[in-house]
Ligand binder design. Structure first.
Ligand code: CA
Length: 229
């Protein structure tokens, strides 16, 4: 597993590097945005850890550039606690985020779950109509969802939400992304309320199975994620 660390703060970069070394990850360090884009292109990293506040170009610009040639998962690392920065980064193509200061355990847990997702992406047959995630199974041809082999009944909006989350399993999907995909309109407060209601109902149905508890994560103020099991 090869990881690109993009961080201009030397001490933070060194801490991340030491953490990766101790877990046998390979890594490179880029200290600014332009270097990050070059290294992402030349080294084809498996995962990119990206600080949003860089000295030359904005981290979001880095995401947009990298997404032009690479689908490698991008985990944004940000000191900014404002949700709007994370949302912008996620909508630009980032997969996940960590807020500074973060613990070594948090970083490693995030890398592990991203690696799990990579495995799934690379092994997923695009032609397969079946999505299997633990006890949850979606048959896209039959538009049928089962939990532990038992059919659960979803409304069309709930089904669409679930298939979107499944399609991007492991990635945090923002409220605005989901609203645009489902209602094809300019998101406003009433659409957002609608999303919340539908998502709550979907979660209730999925979490009826104790084995699926926590499968759909809520990221307050940001969005939702289906965890890859
Ligand atoms: Ca920085």
């Amino acid at each position: 597993m090869n990881i690109l660390i993009v961080e201009d703060d030397r001490s933070v970069a060194n801490l991340i590097a030491a953490t990766l070394r101790s877990s046998d990850y390979h890594y490179q360090i880029a200290q600014n945005g332009k270097e990050a884009i070059l290294q992402a292109a030349s080294h084809a990293p498996d995962i990119i850890l990206l600080d949003l506040g860089l000295p030359d170009i904005d981290g979001v610009e880095v995401i947009e550039s990298v997404r032009g040639f690479s689908q490698a998962p991008i985990i944004v690392i940000s000191a900014r606690s404002e949700d709007s920065d994370k949302i912008t980064a996620l909508d630009a193509g980032a997969d996940d985020y960590l807020t500074k200061p973060f613990s070594v355990e948090e970083l490693l847990a995030r890398l592990r779950s991203t690696a799990r997702r990579l495995q799934y992406v690379s092994s997923d047959e695009p032609a397969s109509p079946l999505f299997v995630n633990g006890v949850l199974q979606i048959d896209r041809d039959a538009q049928e969802v089962t939990l532990n082999g038992e059919i659960i009944h979803l409304t069309p909006v709930e089904y669409r939400l679930l298939t979107l989350l499944a399609q991007h399993a492991g990635k945090v999907l923002t409220h605005s992304y989901l609203m645009k995909e489902i209602w094809h309109c300019v998101p406003d407060e009433s659409v957002k309320a609608n999303l919340r209601v539908n998502m709550a109902s979907l979660r209730r149905k999925i979490e009826k199975s104790p084995d699926a508890r926590g499968m759909i994560q809520t990221h307050v103020g940001i969005g939702y994620r289906l965890l890859k099991y």
